[in-house]
Design a binder for this molecule. Structure first.
Ligand SMILES: [Zn+2]
Length: 102
C-alpha cells in the first residue's frame, strides 16, 4: 500500500509535466516553430519548464514551480472520504486528489 503523500506527489508531478508540455506547445505556436523539427532545448523558456517539471518533488504547487520556480504550498480541503482538493492561493491551481479505497 503506497502512502498518500507519495501518490499525491506522483499526481502533482504529472500536472507539472502536463504544464511543461502546454508551455512547449504554446511557445512553439507563438514562435511559429515546428514541434517535431525544433528541439525544445533550443527555447530557454521551454527547456526551463521541462527541467523544473522533472525536478518537481513534494506537494508544492506544480504551476508556480514550473512557471516561476516559486515554492508555494497547497491548502488541503476535505471534500469527501474519497476526495481531497488541493488549492494554491497564489495562482488558483486546483488539484482533486482521489484517495485509494482501503
Ligand atoms: Zn500556484
Amino acid at each position: 500500500m503506497p502512502n498518500l503523500q507519495d501518490l499525491l506527489t506522483t499526481d502533482l508531478q504529472q500536472d507539472a509535466l502536463q504544464l511543461a508540455t502546454k508551455i512547449h506547445a504554446d511557445e512553439f505556436k507563438r514562435l511559429n516553430f515546428d514541434m517535431p523539427v525544433v528541439s525544445p532545448d533550443s527555447v530557454p523558456l521551454v527547456k526551463l519548464a521541462y527541467e523544473r517539471a522533472k525536478m518537481f518533488r513534494g506537494t508544492k504547487c506544480p504551476h508556480c514551480w514550473v512557471k516561476h520556480g516559486k515554492e508555494h504550498s497547497l491548502v488541503n480541503k476535505y471534500i469527501s472520504d474519497n476526495v481531497d482538493v488541493y488549492t494554491c492561493k497564489s495562482c488558483n491551481y486546483k488539484h482533486y486528489f482521489t484517495k485509494p479505497i482501503i
